[in-house]
Design a protein around this ligand. Structure first.
Ligand code: MN
Length: 260
């Protein structure tokens, strides 16, 4: 950067030359996008759908547009603190400061472990071992948990991987969730349908990542893809939920900026 060049000019030059690449971490948002399916007696959100208003026809001869129908927690989406009992006096999605939604991204790759055991759980020792190798998580970082699960993200049955004992997908142990809640991260991102493990309903407290992180004003982002294209450290993430007033979450577009 020359003395007369701003940081934004430097970034734009790097984007233009391809020295910095933008990678889309967002899964497609469609009727077949998998959504969480809670067992009875609990209620579930609706799937994503488009309702035609006009399509260059009598209802609008020169324009097409749709109404959208979706839950807040569909596809790649952010969990806000008010989503959980532990955070119900915290921020709704519209109240999360933009500075918390843009920051460093760090990636922990446990694809091989999850291939061997879909119920794999991150423990405090995993975070400590990663930091011993790569350095401390930067303040305000988004920790992204790479598992390879995104290859199932348009196949609801494979994505849930459920049997009689419920879903079997990777996540974080109770001790791991407590560790993350005490860290300086802004958020935790996963490739699965939710930020907790498939079997987390049987933990104490149930769904410990929701409980501990949302209760500590940290955020979740789910159904990410393309994490294999990110370095372990050095990327920047932009998480863009809709500012739904009072919303407990929102479908979000998520980008990573990566230096070549
Ligand atoms: Mn959610």
């Amino acid at each position: 950067m020359t003395s007369t060049e701003t940081a934004i000019e430097t970034l734009l030059t790097a984007l233009g030359s391809g020295d910095v690449e933008i990678i889309d971490l967002t899964s497609p948002l469609a009727p077949e996008t998998p959504i969480l399916q809670l067992p009875p007696p609990f209620a579930n959100t609706i799937a994503m759908s488009l309702e035609k208003v006009s399509d260059f026809d009598d209802d609008g001869p020169f324009w097409g547009w749709n109404n959208i129908h979706t839950g807040e927690h569909t596809g790649t989406h952010l969990d806000a603190p008010v989503h959980w009992a532990s955070g119900r006096d915290g921020k709704s999605v519209d109240r999360i400061e933009p500075a918390r939604l843009v920051g460093p991204a760090v990636v922990m790759d446990f694809t091989a472990e999850v291939e061997a055991n879909p119920d794999f759980l991150l423990e405090p020792e995993h975070f400590e071992a990663w930091q011993a190798e790569h350095g401390a998580f930067p303040e305000g970082a988004w920790l992204l948990f790479r598992t390879g699960w995104s290859r199932y993200n348009m196949d609801a049955a494979a994505f849930a991987n459920a049997d009689d004992s419920g879903p079997h997908t990777p996540g974080v142990s109770v001790a791991g969730a407590e560790w993350l809640a005490a860290s300086g991260i802004s958020g935790f991102g996963v490739e699965t349908v939710g930020i907790d493990a498939g079997q987390a309903g049987a933990m104490e407290p149930p769904f410990p990542v929701h409980y501990h992180l949302l209760g500590a004003d940290k955020y979740g982002i789910t159904s990410l893809q393309n994490l294999d294209r990110l370095p372990s450290t050095g990327a920047m993430i932009v998480v863009s939920p809709l500012p739904i007033v009072g919303g407990t979450g929102s479908p979000s577009r998520v980008f990573a900026l990566v230096a070549k």
